[in-house]
Ligand binder design. Structure first.
Ligand code: NOJ
Length: 566
C-alpha cells in the first residue's frame, strides 16, 4: 500500500458559525478559528476541516455559495483565511475546506444570468426543463422530491421553466454535463489549493449526474417522493471525478473526502475511493449513522442502539476497503444529532462518551472529531419550533405536523431528535455568559447545560472526556502502538453480541483487543483465548478479571495488547 500523509492525520471539523465569535456579533468567525488553533493543537488533531465560509445569502448556512472566491462578511476576510492556513502550517496542521460543487446559490452571478433568458450563454450552467401539462394544469417536469422537502424543481417565471434543485429553492443544481461548468469548478479548486489549502471535503459529491427525467415511484397520496437514487451515483459522476482528479487533485497531493452519504453502497464506495479508481482519497458514508430506532414508525421516546447493525456497518467498510482503500472515521457531522444523545447514555455520559470515542479511534482510517464532541456536548432541548434555524428541521416539523395536526408536541420531538441544529448550537467554551462563545446573544441558542459541559471545566479535570480524546490521539500518533493502530487489520469479534463491540487489530507481531460495552448493566467478556500483555486505555478506575473473564461496568471500554493463545 502506498502510504499517504492523510492516513496518519487526525481530523477535526469546524462549523465556523458556531465555533467562536471574536467580533461580538453573535456569529462565529475566522479570527475565532485562528485564536483557537492552540486549543486544537493541545487536543492533538492536525487536519482541520472548515465548513463553508464563502460569500453566501445563508439560506443553508453557507452551503449556498454566491461567490466561490469571496469570504462572507460575517466570517471575516481573505486575509483571515490566509492567516489560518499559515499558522496551521506552522503548527504542523493541515487545512481542508468544503468544496461545494453540486449547486450554487440562486444569487450567484451565473444563475442570475442563466435565468434571465433561454439564449443566455449561462443558460446551460444549470438544469432547466419545461413543465408538464396534465389536464390543462402545469406541473413540474417530474415528481421528484428534494432532500429538504417539497419538489426537486422550482418554477421561474422569467422564462416560464423549471430549474432542478435537490436541496432548497435557493440552491439550483449545476449542470455538470456542460464542460464549461466543469472548467469553472476546476478553477475554484485550483484557486484554493494555490492559496495553500491541503484538500477538500467535497459536498454532495454523489449527486453530480442525474437520471433521465422520468417520474419516481410514489406511495398512494405522495406528491413528491424522495427517491434520491434519481440523482445519486449516476454513471457520469465517475468520469467527472476522474477528470477533477487528473486535472487538479493529483498535482497537489491534496486529500479529498467525498460526502456520499446514505446513497452509496460499499460497491459504490469502492468505485469512488479505491486507490486505483483515481477519483477520491476517501468517502464519508452514513451507514453507521442511523443504527438505532430513530426512524421507527411509532417515533420512539427513547433511543436504542442496534449494536449488531452498527458493527455490521463499520465492519463492511473496514474489511471491504482493506488493502485497496482508506476510510474516514467519524461518528457524526453538522447534519446529524450529537453523539452522546444518539448512541450514548444520559445516565452515563462520561463513560459512554469515552467508550464511543475508543470504538472509533482504534479502527483503521482517519478519525474526524466534530467540534464539541471532545467535551461531550449533547442535543438541544427544543421547546418550540422557533428554536429551529435549519431549513430542513423546519420542514421536517411541518411534515410531521401535517401528518398529525393535533399533535404538535410529537412533531417537535421527532424533528428535534433528528435536527441538524443539535450539532450547530454554539461551542461551549466556558461557564460564563453565552458559554464564552460570544459576548452577545448568539445566532442560535446555547445549550442550557453549558455550565456543566464546557472546555474550561473539562480542562481542569484530568478524568474528563477531553483528556480521553487527547490520549486516544496520542496513542495513534506517537505511542509504541502507533503502527498497529494505523496499519493493522481489523477483525470483528462476536458479531451477534448485542452488548459488546469487540474487535482485534493485527499488525506484524502486535495484536490489540478492543472491548466496548454498550450495555447499561454489568456484563462479562471472556478473555480465555488471550494472554494480556498491556493496557492501552480504559474508561474505569479498576480492571476486574476473574476466572479469565473481565467484568465490565455499564459502557466500560478497554484496550489490551494481547497475544492470542494457540
Ligand atoms: C451536505 C451538507 O453537509 C449539508 O449541510 C448541506 O445542507 C447539503 N450538503 C447541501 O449543500
Amino acid at each position: 500500500m502506498n502510504k499517504k500523509w492523510w492516513m496518519e492525520s487526525v481530523g477535526y471539523q469546524i462549523y465556523p458559525k458556531s465555533f467562536y465569535d471574536t467580533n461580538d456579533d453573535g456569529i462565529g468567525d475566522l479570527p475565532g478559528i485562528l485564536e483557537k488553533l492552540d486549543y486544537l493543537k493541545m487536543l492533538g488533531v492536525d487536519l482541520i476541516w472548515i465548513c463553508p465560509f464563502y460569500d453566501s445569502p445563508m439560506d443553508d448556512n453557507g452551503y449556498d455559495v454566491r461567490d466561490f472566491f469571496g469570504v462572507s462578511k460575517e466570517f471575516g476576510t481573505m486575509e483571515d483565511i490566509k492567516n489560518i492556513i499559515q499558522k496551521a502550517h506552522e503548527y504542523g496542521m493541515r487545512i481542508v475546506l468544503d468544496y461545494v460543487l453540486n449547486h450554487t446559490s440562486d444569487e450567484h452571478p451565473w444563475f442570475i444570468e442563466s435565468k434571465s433568458s433561454k439564449d443566455n450563454p449561462y443558460r446551460d450552467y444549470y438544469i432547466w426543463s419545461e413543465g408538464k401539462m396534465v389536464d390543462g394544469v402545469l406541473h413540474e417536469p417530474t415528481n421528484w422530491g428534494s432532500f429538504f422537502g417539497g419538489s426537486a424543481w422550482n418554477y421561474d417565471k422569467t422564462t416560464d421553466s423549471y430549474y432542478l434543485k435537490i436541496f432548497s429553492n435557493k440552491m439550483p443544481d449545476l449542470n455538470w454535463k456542460n464542460p464549461k461548468v466543469r472548467e469553472e469548478m476546476i478553477e475554484v479548486a485550483k484557486k484554493w489549493l494555490d492559496l495553500g489549502v491541503d484538500g477538500f471535503r467535497i459536498d454532495a459529491v454523489s449527486h453530480l449526474d442525474k437520471a433521465p427525467f422520468v417520474d419516481a415511484e410514489a406511495k398512494p397520496g405522495e406528491k413528491y417522493p424522495l427517491d434520491y437514487f434519481k440523482f445519486s451515483n449516476q454513471p457520469m459522476v465517475h468520469p467527472y471525478l476522474k477528470e477533477l482528479n487528473q486535472k487538479v487533485f493529483s498535482s497537489y497531493d491534496a486529500v479529498t473526502i467525498g460526502e456520499v452519504g446514505g446513497s452509496a453502497s460499499i460497491e459504490e464506495g469502492i468505485r469512488y475511493s479505491a486507490f486505483d479508481s483515481h477519483e477520491l482519497s476517501m468517502v464519508f458514508s452514513f451507514d453507521h449513522n442511523w443504527c438505532n430506532n430513530i426512524f421507527e414508525i411509532n417515533h420512539p421516546k427513547f433511543l436504542k442502539t442496534d449494536v449488531v447493525k452498527l458493527k455490521q456497518a463499520f465492519n463492511m467498510w473496514q474489511t471491504s476497503l482493506k488493502d485497496i482503500g482508506w476510510v474516514p472515521l467519524n461518528w457524526f457531522n453538522h447534519d446529524q444529532p450529537r453523539l452522546i444523545s444518539h448512541y450514548g447514555s444520559k445516565k452515563y455520559p462520561l463513560q459512554s462518551g469515552k467508550m464511543l470515542a475508543t470504538v472509533l479511534h482504534l479502527m483503521r482510517g482517519t478519525p474526524f472529531i466534530y467540534q464539541g464532541e471532545e467535551i461531550g456536548m449533547t442535543n438541544y432541548p427544543f421547546e418550540d419550533v422557533s428554536d429551529f434555524n435549519d431549513i430542513s428541521s423546519i420542514s421536517s416539523y411541518q411534515h410531521h405536523l401535517n401528518l398529525a395536526p393535533d399533535d404538535p408536541v410529537s412533531a417537535l420531538r421527532i424533528a428535534g431528535m433528528r435536527s441538524r441544529d443539535n450539532a450547530r448550537t454554539p461551542m461551549q467554551w466556558t461557564s460564563g455568559f453565552f458559554a464564552g462563545f460570544s459576548t452577545v446573544k448568539p445566532w442560535l441558542k446555547v445549550n442550557p447545560n453549558y455550565r456543566k459541559i464546557n472546555v474550561e471545566r473539562l480542562l481542569k479535570d484530568q478524568d474528563s472526556l477531553f483528556y480521553h480524546y487527547q490520549k486516544l490521539i496520542a496513542l495513534r500518533k506517537s505511542s509504541q502502538y502507533k503502527d498497529v493502530i494505523l496499519w493493522g487489520d481489523f477483525i470483528l469479534k462476536d458479531r451477534e453480541d448485542q452488548d459488546h463491540f469487540t474487535y482485534l487489530r493485527n499488525y506484524q507481531d502486535n495484536t490489540l483487543l478492543v472491548i466496548n460495552s454498550f450495555s447499561q448493566s454489568k456484563t462479562y467478556y471472556d478473555l480465555s483465548k488471550y494472554q494480556i500483555l498491556d493496557t492501552l486505555i480504559h474508561n474505569q478506575k479498576k480492571i476486574k478479571i476473574k476466572d479469565q473473564k473481565i467484568l465490565l461496568k455499564p459502557y466500560e471500554s478497554i484496550v489490551f495488547a494481547v497475544k492470542e493463545k494457540s
